[in-house]
Ligand binder design. Structure first.
Ligand code: NAD
Length: 264
C-alpha cells in the first residue's frame, strides 16, 4: 500500500475496538504514526496495539485510557498526543456510546453521558488541536457521526441529537478553516458490524423475545436497503481517503456509507 500518510501523526479516539480500531489500522498501514484511546481489558488493549503495529509494520502505538466524557481528560489526552506523536496532523473523533429508550423514560444521566461523549468530546478535541494544524497549514479532522446524524429513528433521542450535532459542528468548523489547509468532515455509517451494533441486536432480541438472528434480520433488513452490515474496513477506507492528499477539496461534508439508508 502507498504510504500516503508517512510522517503524519494521528489521534483516533475510541480506537480499542470496532470502527476506531479499523481506522487506526488503515491510517497506520498508510504510514501514519498513530495514538490509540479507549477502554478495554489489558488483553484487549494489548491486542489492539499489536494489530495496529502489524498493520503499520511499526512499533506498538501509544494508548491512553482518557475518559472522553470529561473535558479535562480530553485536553490532557490532546497534550499527551502532541508530545507522543510530535504533532497531531489527523484527529479522528470516533468514541461513542448508545442507549435506547422512549423519550419520556430516557434517563437524564444517559442523555448527559451520550451528549458528553458523542458530541462534546468532538468539540473539546478540535478546540485543543486545531491551532497546531492551522499553524502548520495542514490537517485532517474526521468526525465519525452516523446515519443518525442525517435521519432519526425512534428511541434514540440522545444519540440522534448528538449525531445531528456532530454534523452541525463539522460544517461550522469547516467554514472557519476553509482557507487554512485543514479540512473537517463527518462520516455517516449505517449499521456497521461492531460490538456496539451487535449489543443493539442482543438488546432487541431480548426485548422482543426472539433470536439474535431474527432480530438482526428484522432490525437490519428494515433499515438498511443493502440488506447487509456495513463492514468496519469499508468505513476505515472512507476515513483514510478523507485523511489523504486527494481529499483537500472535501470540506464540511457529511458522507453517508449506509447501504442506501439515507436515500430513502
Ligand atoms: P465500539 O463500542 O466497538 O467502540 C467504541 C469505542 O469507544 C471503544 O474503543 C470504547 O472503549 C471507546 N469509548 C467508550 N466510551 C469511552 C469514553 N468515555 N472515553 C473514551 N473512549 C470511550 O463502537 P463502534 O460501533 O465502533 O462505534 C464507534 C463510533 O461509530 C461511535 O461514535 C458510533 O456512534 C459510530 N457509529 C457506529 C455504527 C455501528 O453500527 N457500529 C454506526 C454509525 C456510527
Amino acid at each position: 500500500m502507498e504510504k500516503t500518510l508517512e510522517g503524519r501523526g494521528a489521534l483516533i479516539t475510541g480506537s480499542t475496538s470496532g470502527i476506531g480500531l479499523g481506522i487506526a489500522k488503515a491510517l497506520a498501514r498508510a504510514g501514519a504514526k498513530v495514538m490509540l484511546n479507549g477502554f478495554g481489558s489489558p488483553e484487549q488493549i494489548a491486542e489492539a496495539r499489536r494489530e495496529v503495529a502489524k498493520a503499520g509494520n511499526s512499533a506498538e502505538p501509544a494508548h491512553s485510557a482518557a475518559d472522553l466524557s470529561k473535558a479535562g481528560e480530553i485536553r490532557a489526552l490532546c497534550q499527551e498526543a502532541e508530545a507522543v506523536l510530535g504533532q497531531v496532523d489527523i484527529l479522528v473523533n470516533n468514541a461513542g456510546i448508545q442507549f435506547t429508550s422512549p423519550v419520556e423514560d430516557f434517563p437524564d444521566e444517559k442523555w448527559d453521558a451520550i451528549l458528553a461523549l458523542n458530541l462534546s468530546s468532538n468539540f473539546h478535541a478540535i478546540k485543543a488541536l486545531l491551532s497546531g494544524m492551522k499553524a502548520r497549514g495542514w490537517g485532517r479532522i474526521v468526525n465519525v457521526a452516523s446515519i443518525h446524524g442525517l435521519v432519526a429513528s425512534p428511541e434514540k433521542v440522545a444519540y440522534v441529537a448528538a449525531k445531528h450535532g456532530v454534523v452541525g459542528l463539522t460544517r461550522t468548523v469547516a467554514l472557519e478553516i476553509a482557507e487554512s489547509g485543514v479540512t473537517c468532515n463527518a462520516v455517516c455509517p449505517g449499521f456497521v458490524r461492531t460490538p456496539l451494533a451487535e449489543k443493539q441486536v442482543t438488546a432487541l432480541a431480548e426485548k422482543h423475545g426472539i433470536t439474535p438472528e431474527a432480530a438482526l434480520k428484522d432490525f437490519l433488513l428494515v433499515k438498511q436497503p443493502s440488506k447487509r452490515w456495513v463492514e468496519v474496513e469499508e468505513v476505515a477506507r472512507m476515513a483514510l481517503f478523507l485523511c489523504g492528499p486527494e481529499s483537500s477539496s472535501i470540506n464540511g461534508a457529511a458522507l453517508s456509507i449506509d447501504g442506501g439508508w439515507s436515500a430513502a
